[in-house]
Design a protein around this ligand. Structure first.
Ligand code: ATP
Ligand code: ATP
Ligand code: CA
Length: 218
């Protein structure tokens, strides 16, 4: 049986989640108060309904209680986003993911019981900033306020050298957790093997350490 989801707010972000879940064969209830938005998703989601999610009775009538995972993607209206989240937590929805607009909004959402708060504009901005520092930084993922993972191409600076030669752990306090070569991925990289220019290193570490690593070796 496919998992059941509801997406509230069908803007660019919520709409994209709704499309992707539907493409993956998931059962999606799409909700927006705007009729045009809802019509756009009639043929995409399993069900698409016009409703104001700040109205508890309406959400109950839609059977939201039986849905495992609800995604709240109400954009600029922070008040509506918060109120909707409160209603969903009161209804004991198992999993609630909410899009935050700013750090303050994020704090409130965590406080009122959202299980997962996402901040796509900020996070995507950080990832892109790292990727434009160097063409060899392929991706960047924040693990916490202090720790991150970066995916970097070995490039000219690391090519022909081994992890021992580069002494990454000792010099930068970072760990290479995996090395990708084409479609192969080696999750226990040997310290002696020589890196190829096209190899991709997945490196975990503290943000300051990673910044030094990026500055010197990437
Ligand atoms: P984008 O991802 O395009 O930046 P966004 O996340 O900033 O979009 P908006 O474009 O503001 O979001 O869209 C949010 C959607 O949420 C809109 O389609 C809006 O109609 C819907 N929405 C806002 N308030 C409610 C509500 N109370 N109930 C249901 N839908 C709502
Ligand atoms: P350690 O106590 O750091 O494991 P070692 O001499 O036993 O030291 P070796 O595996 O011989 O370790 O590697 C020597 C150095 O090569 C390490 O100190 C480290 O700087 C670097 N190195 C080896 N493997 C990695 C890795 N996966 N990520 C980052 N650096 C590594
Ligand atoms: Ca927006």
């Amino acid at each position: 049986m496919s998992k059941e989801f509801a997406v509230i707010g069908l803007g660019r972000f919520g709409g994209s989640i709704c499309r992707e879940l539907s493409n993956e064969g998931m059962d999606v209830l799409a909700i927006d108060k705007n009729e045009d938005r809802v019509n756009e998703f009639k043929n995409i989601a399993s069900h698409a309904v016009i409703a104001d999610s700040t109205d508890e009775e309406t959400l109950k009538e839609l059977g939201i209680k039986n849905i495992e995972h609800v995604i709240v993607a109400i954009g600029d209206n922070i008040q509506a986003s918060i109120l909707t989240t409160v209603i969903l937590t009161d209804l004991h929805i198992k999993k609630i993911t909410v899009k935050a607009n700013n750090d303050y909004h994020e704090k409130i959402l965590n406080r009122i019981g959202a299980n997962q708060v996402v901040h796509p504009e900020r996070d995507m901005g950080k990832r892109i900033a790292h990727s434009i520092i160097s063409n060899n930084i392929l991706d960047y993922l924040e693990l916490s306020d202090e720790y991150s993972i970066v995916e970097v191409k070995a490039g000219k600076k690391m090519a022909g050298k081994s992890l021992i030669d580069l002494d990454i752990r000792a010099n930068y306090g970072c760990n290479v957790v995996a090395i990708k070569q084409g479609s192969d991925i080696n999750v226990s990289p040997s310290a002696e093997d020589l890196l190829d220019e096209q190899d991709v290193l997945i490196v975990i570490g503290g943000d300051r350490d990673l910044a030094r690593f990026e500055k010197h070796l990437v």
